[in-house]
Design a protein around this ligand. Sequence first.
Ligand code: ADP
Ligand code: MG
Length: 763
Amino acid sequence: MTRLEDKVMYARGVGPRVAELIAAKGIVTAEDLLYHLPFRYEDRQNPRSLDELKPGEMASVIAEVRGSALLRTKRAPIFEITIGQGRLAMKCMWFNGTYLQGKFQAGQTVAVFGRVEPSRSTSNMKMINPQWELLPDASDDAETRLLEVGRITPVYESLGSRLASRWQRKVIFHLLESMHGAVPECLPAAMIERMGLPSRERSLREVHFPPEGTAMTDLQAAATPAHRRLIFEELFFLELGLELKRRRMRERAGVAFETNAKVREAIREVLPFHPTAAQKRALGEIVSDMKQPSPMRRLLQGDVGSGKTIVALQAMLVAMENGYQAALMAPTEILATQHYLAARKLLERSSRKYRIVLLTGSLDEDRKRHNRGLINRGEAHLVIGTHALIEEKVEFDRLGLIVVDEQHRFGVMQRFKLMKKPRPDGTEWAEPDVLVMTATPIPRTLALSLYGDLDLSVLDELPPGRTPIVTRRVADERADEVWEFVRKQVKLGRQAYIVYPVIEGAKDDQPELDFSADATEASEKAAKPAVRKTTPKGKTAKLFPKAVQEASPNAKLGLKSAVQMYEKLRAGPLNGLRLGLLHGRLDADEKEIIMRRFQRGEIDALVSTTVIEVGVDVPNASVMVIEHAERFGLAQMHQLRGRVGRGAARSYCVLMTGARVSEQAEERLNAMVRTQDGFELAELDLAMRGPGEVFGTRQAGLPDFRVANLVRDRKLLEVAKMEAARFVNAKPDRAEGTEAERARVWTRLKEAWQRKYGLVEAG
Ligand code: ADP
Ligand code: MG
């Protein structure tokens, strides 16, 4: 009898050598292997007939091998087999298929799976690079035949050479046999009954070996009851852990801020406009957290331009009015400075004498030391800075609230502890509240699991007086018209951004750049690796973890760059305009000077890389031109577009594209033209790239799931969250599980969290 926690090494068909191989893939126990689900299924109950295939569909076909050939073409060798059913035949071909030579003998039975394509030369169909498996024949053992013929057959991702589907089928089949009736249930019976889900054992059996008649569409969509049960199980334990973390945070000692007439008056004095309903709601949620005696951990999410800054500022006023210091951390020096200037301007109206201090890496040592002193003695009330706040070992006197702007790197959270000054008696001050702001629109349910233990406030409304941004796609050949348009706008008193994916182009002195990754990031890194001392830039780039992969062989040719186009535009199409050039290779102060000049209207058009993408606010800018828009990811383009449309003037976003636009890029560009809704674009981005690509996995605190997929299984995630809260809050009784069942849940939770999720801690 095998148990789930037994080493898979001892399972029939495994052994030490194989065990070592698959351990590298994270499969150590029997349970690990059982939760390694098939990634698709083949219907070998009712194989498709060759004459019913339709072009474009994905199909699996079982047929006899008739012959094979290796065709040498100019480009790549093509391996081809002809398969047949009676008088019908079809060709399957594999590019670079030399390795397949000798694998197929005429007369063998083969199952192929792939996209059906019309054949040019004959009326028959063909498949290109299909997946394939030779089916067992009479000489193979009965068991192999049993598992692969005449049934719905699971297909697994290979775990290594010789550990392909056939091997996994057998090992898993035996494992399940050896555990018959002995797989312990890990959820309370009442819960799975309530949800109408099958038991754990039955689910495991059926996801690997679906019973006859299971709908193929359900299987492929992971929507059978067996799948749903395993997905729910995984999500339930995730949500249960998060629920507990939130609870534990509520038990820690924080500052219980007070709000009274005096505090409200302090806010009223400085507020420059009526907050939107969403801003009011968010502030209400934040302040009600701040009044709690436990530390706040809250995420404020709002599309670009939704007005997060003023909400944060009000929260900081609450802290300051309570006699505490507040700190705001921005990802770049430009942004920190912008926040600093804006805060100073706003607080000038106040009758209170707040002292605002800027602390960034590029300040000179004397100034830094001076500012650190002010912070340490409590003479600075509001501190605005970059990560220098952490790196420069700043100790606050009485830090009550930290606001982190545009922050995805939660590693930083633990380090807030460093910012607390020990009290004379050696004890520590209460933990500060933390508010994180992000403009990355993440669907709510996803946000809740990505940022797990953070509570969430959403600004889902833009301040009034905005006119929608007109977005147009323009091919490179019409660049002249675009520059003419920019000139016209400048004549009207407006300003423009012109953005490029790289700093410098194909000049000889440039290192060869890898454009298959995030073009900008790559180029900026390659160009100036040493300037890491002030750190802000890399942090910005990380907001959009992995850029879109776009392998284009001639990418190196003719990619326009900021530096080169700055010169070109200045000498040609935009001659006479006041142009500025901004990119990551400039020093922090140079960047700042240029940005400030642009803000003051002394620059008409700013030629730039994506360094401007986050948070920069110039309401008078009305045109955003993005060259090589096909190279940008959706999130990035959306962020860039958010730089305009901040004033009342009509704004424009021009997406210029080069010659080669991939299908995916096409879809992104169309989406940009179609909608301005950040949430809609985020959904699309997720659908196109998947959560791992969009957020990065571990980095963004996204756990690796074994069976669940956050995008596909969003509904179940919500259910799991509800069930988790219900479970935590319930007294043990029959409805929520017996004492023994609950104990099992806790045990499993510990295991699962320790071993699997390793979620990033917040605070
Ligand atoms: P983001 O959420 O992108 O950080 P900001 O906080 O920079 O947005 O706000 C964008 C712009 O909208 C700023 O110029 C800000 O002054 C303005 N703004 C914010 N809230 C309001 C409001 N309630 N009414 C009018 N303008 C507002
Ligand atoms: Mg902002």
